[in-house]
Every structure is written in C-alpha cells, then in structure tokens.
Design a protein around this ligand. Structure first.
Ligand code: C2E
Ligand code: MG
Ligand code: MG
Ligand code: MG
Length: 298
C-alpha cells in the first residue's frame, strides 16, 4: 500500500536515513508481531506549567523494546509503520496503554491529562474519532483527560479529512495540539479553521532562545498568535533554566524538555515530582534510556 502521500514520504524518509522499502516490509512484519507480544513501551515526559512549575500533563512517547536491538526510539520504526496499516495497530495500542496508565496515576491521586501523538494517517482514516470515543468509554476516561498531538506537517496533509476529525474530537471534548509548530507550512488561516486547543513550539526555536534574538521574535509572535486564537502554548526542548525563565516572562503557558525530565516510565515521574530529594523538585532523574534516544524526534 502506498496511498497518495506515498511518493513524497519515501523521499522524506530516505533523507532521514531510514532504509529502503524492502527494509520497511521487514520492520512492518516485525512490528505487528511486537505489538501482539507487547514489546512496545510508553515513556512519559511531563508538561510543566510555567506559572507555578506544576505538572499539568504527561506526553506518551512510544519505544520498542526489541529483543535483539534493545530499546528503539520511534524514528527507527514509525516511518515504516506509517507507510502501512501497522500505524492503526500501533496507535490503538498506544491509546489503550496511555489510557490505562492515566487511570493508574489518577488512582494514585494525580489527575494529569495524557497526551498521545497520532499520525496524519490516523486522522485521515474515517471513523478515527469514533474509535477514540469508544476507547474513552471503555476506560471510563473523561474526554478532557486526553489530548492528541498531531504534527504541523500532518495538519497540512489531507487538510479536509484532518480538519473533520479534529472538529469531531473537539465536539466530544478531546483536545488536539499542533506539534512541532513552526517548521511546517501551517498558515495562520489554517490554524483558525481547525479547533486546535494547544500549539507546541518546535524545539528548533527553543533550545537557544535566551541567546537568539531571531528565535525570540518568532516565539513571541507564535505565543501572541496562539493566544489570540484561544490556544494554549507549550514550548518543546527546554533544556536550560534561562530558556525556561525567558518563556515564563513571555507568557508561554507550559514547557517540556530535559530541564524538567527526560521521557521515563510514569511511576518514576510520580516519585520524582512528589518526593523531591533535596536537589529541587525538578532534579533530573538518572537517565534510564540509552543516550541515542535523546537525539530522536525533530
Ligand atoms: P514529539 O512529539 O515532538 O516529541 C518530542 C521529542 O523530543 C521526543 O523524542 C523527546 O524525547 C524529545 N525531547 C524532549 N525533550 C527534549 C529536549 O529537551 N531536548 C531534546 N534534544 N529532545 C527532547 P522521541 O521520543 O524520540 O519522539 C520523536 C517523535 O516521534 C515525537 O516527537 C512524535 O512525533 C513521534 N512519536 C513518539 N511517540 C509516538 C506515538 O506513540 N505515536 C506516533 N504516531 N508518533 C509518536
Ligand atoms: Mg508530541
Ligand atoms: Mg514536537
Ligand atoms: Mg517532534
């Protein structure tokens, strides 16, 4: 299966250094088996509210505990999954596990919403919103405890179907965040026509924010634009205290990044944020991932 986005995607993934389609077939078959065998794991990264430094949500980030190759980041297997029906299986697995985990931390007294990344292809599939509604009902999760993150480039894809799905989801209370905002081609007008609840500024603009006047200008205007449209703003890739301070002073709502925590299994976050050990509540946990994982993503 290639779909109409196929050709363009092949070029993109080839540039990413991901191997050829023959390799994808292998990855796809392996991935199906991995999902059946429950070899995927979710790590979570907190979104920290800049106003008061409290966690106000956790983002689920999928990894594959491969029996031979170790813990693989999404960049190793998502492109192959997205080229095939495997992405439907994968998203279904991630949503179920995330809603189960969310019920877990809720039962321990934290009602943090969970954010799940979904692919363009999921939103383009008719009936996706109904599947999400069914899963919420199955898990007894209030819709406002789930947020779906969609990359800006996905929004620009099959815009009509994506917009329809976002409207449907918003209709029953599930928010949608535009992920990696700033690196794609979303125009102001597109943001206006879709009921997006959150804009996540790509870390490309964030990492050196305290020292880069151009990025400061961009981020200031994104914050103003997003707030003007009624969206909350989260900055990705916050690695230093000066960047976090700059964002807080500029009215950004929330931040994510290694300054607060790397993605880790959720009980670790409960422990770290609720029982701070003298070094400040945002002390970094011991890295529990191989270093190469930190270079994943955009
Ligand atoms: P994303 O949703 O934009 O997630 C942020 C990525 O940046 C994550 O990479 C995270 O580990 C990394 N990151 C977070 N804070 C920092 C920081 O301070 N500095 C640096 N350098 N990096 C940071 P990861 O986990 O490798 O995920 C990469 C991308 O894969 C995600 O980008 C998301 O688009 C996609 N993804 C992850 N999980 C899923 C999933 O379950 N389903 C789908 N469809 N996509 C997923
Ligand atoms: Mg995300
Ligand atoms: Mg992102
Ligand atoms: Mg990203």
């Amino acid at each position: 299966y290639q779909g109409k986005r196929g050709a363009a995607d092949i070029v993109l993934y080839a540039e990413d250094g991901v191997a050829n389609p023959t390799h994808w077939l292998t990855v796809q078959a392996e991935l199906r088996r991995a999902i059946e065998r429950d070899e995927l794991v979710l790590h979570y990264q907190p979104k920290v509210r800049l106003r008061d430094d409290e966690i106000d949500g956790l983002e689920a980030l999928v990894r594959w505990q491969h029996p031979q190759r170790g813990l693989l980041p999404p960049s190793e297997f998502l492109p192959a999954a997205e080229q095939s029906g495997v992405i439907e299986l994968l998203t279904g697995w991630v949503l179920r596990r995330a809603l189960t985990d969310q019920a877990g931390w809720t039962s321990l007294g934290q009602s943090w919403p969970v954010a799940v990344n979904v692919s363009a292809r999921n939103l383009e599939t008719p009936g996706f919103a109904r599947v999400v509604a069914g899963l919420l009902a199955e898990h007894g999760t209030p819709p406002e405890r789930l947020l779906l993150e969609v990359t800006e480039t996905a929004m620009a894809g099959d815009a009509e179907n994506v917009a329809r799905a976002v409207v449907e989801l918003a209709g029953f209370g599930v928010g949608v965040a535009v992920d990696d905002f700033g690196i794609g081609y979303t125009s102001l007008a597109q943001l206006r026509s879709v009921p997006v609840s959150e804009v996540k500024i790509d870390r490309l603009f964030v990492t050196d924010l305290d020292r880069d006047p151009q990025n400061q200008a961009i981020v200031r205007s994104v914050i103003e634009l997003a707030h003007g449209l009624g969206c909350r703003v989260t900055a990705e890739g916050v690695e230093t205290a000066p960047v976090s301070a700059w964002l807080a002073a500029s009215g950004c709502d929330a931040a994510q990044g290694y300054l607060y925590s790397r993605p880790v299994v959720w009980p670790h976050l409960l422990e770290m944020f609720l029982n701070p050990r003298g070094t400040g509540r945002h002390a970094r946990p011991e890295p529990v991932e191989p270093v190469h994982l930190s270079t994943g993503g955009t």
